[in-house]
Write a protein that binds this ligand. Structure first.
Ligand SMILES: Nc1ncnc2c1ncn2[C@@H]1O[C@H](COP(=O)(O)OP(=O)(O)OP(=O)(O)O)[C@@H](O)[C@H]1O
Length: 234
């Protein structure tokens, strides 16, 4: 099976600084992967490279059918339609209702018919357990509910992979677990998930593949990568 994400010999730079070197990995449909590492080790930089926010200057990066080492800026919106991107701080439009936040994305990505938009918004809100929240403003929701809204937004265009950058970093442990469970449910339905996290409890609960940024390298727990990570309780 052809991978959704294929990375070969990638170096990631922030300005002149080499953050991660010689990265090689594949992600296949339906995989669930944690991305860990100390603060400043390069997790966000890797995710930004995958959604085209940081240019690929050295090496090869293939995401869905897009080659990011040769992509032109005009193609980036089409790449991002294939991805669901979720941040620590939710990044909802604060002056619009939940429904309007989601409809905004659909309109921006070419959906025209009002009924189609309404139905799709209702569908994703149902998936994240927020069918009651469409008319609410973000400030009327808890942090966990705002993050569920952001997950619903990420699901709108049926992404092949969810890229989540510390999605539970602003949430208390119980709510963080609920969000992890939501990601696991979505993953069971076939969407690949790559989740950057500092929450090592997740790794105890969910024995998934782990990518670890360490000392400028990306280590991989996949058996064929043949690297043992020294993570307590893992
Ligand atoms: N916009 C930027 N300009 C210059 N350097 C940056 C920029 N963003 C990040 N860096 C540097 O790149 C390195 C990797 O940062 P990155 O944000 O990818 O780490 P991280 O593992 O996601 O950290 P955290 O867990 O704190 O989010 C750090 O040394 C950081 O200071």
């Amino acid at each position: 099976m052809y991978p959704i994400i294929h990375i070969k010999g990638l170096n990631i730079y922030q300005g002149d600084k080499l953050v991660l070197k010689n990265i090689n990995f594949n992600i296949h449909r339906g995989e669930f992967i944690f991305l860990i590492g100390k603060t400043g080790s390069g997790k966000s930089s890797l995710l930004k490279t995958l959604y085209g926010e940081l240019p690929c200057r050295f090496g090869k990066v293939q995401v869905a059918e897009f080659s990011l080492h040769t992509i032109i800026p005009a193609q980036l919106p089409f790449l991002r339609r294939k991805l669901g991107i979720i941040f620590q701080d939710f990044q909802l439009l604060t002056d619009r209702t939940v429904e309007e936040n989601l409809a905004f994305v659909l309109k921006a990505t070419g959906w025209k018919q009002k009924t189609d938009i309404k139905n799709r918004v209702a569908e994703v809100l149902m998936k994240v357990g927020l069918d009651w929240a469409g008319k609410k403003m973000p400030y009327q929701l808890s942090g966990g509910e705002q993050q569920r809204t952001a997950v619903a937004r990420a699901l709108l265009n049926d992404p092949v992979v969810l890229l989540a950058d510390e999605p539970t970093g602003n949430l208390d442990p119980e709510v963080a677990n609920e969000i992890l469970n939501l990601f696991l449910e979505i993953n069971k339905a076939g969407t690949a998930v790559l989740m950057a996290t500092h929450n090592y409890d997740f790794l105890d609960k969910q024995h998934s593949r782990v990518l670890k940024c360490e000392d400028g390298y990306l280590l991989d727990t996949l058996p064929q990568a043949n690297i043992n990570l020294n993570i307590p309780n893992f």
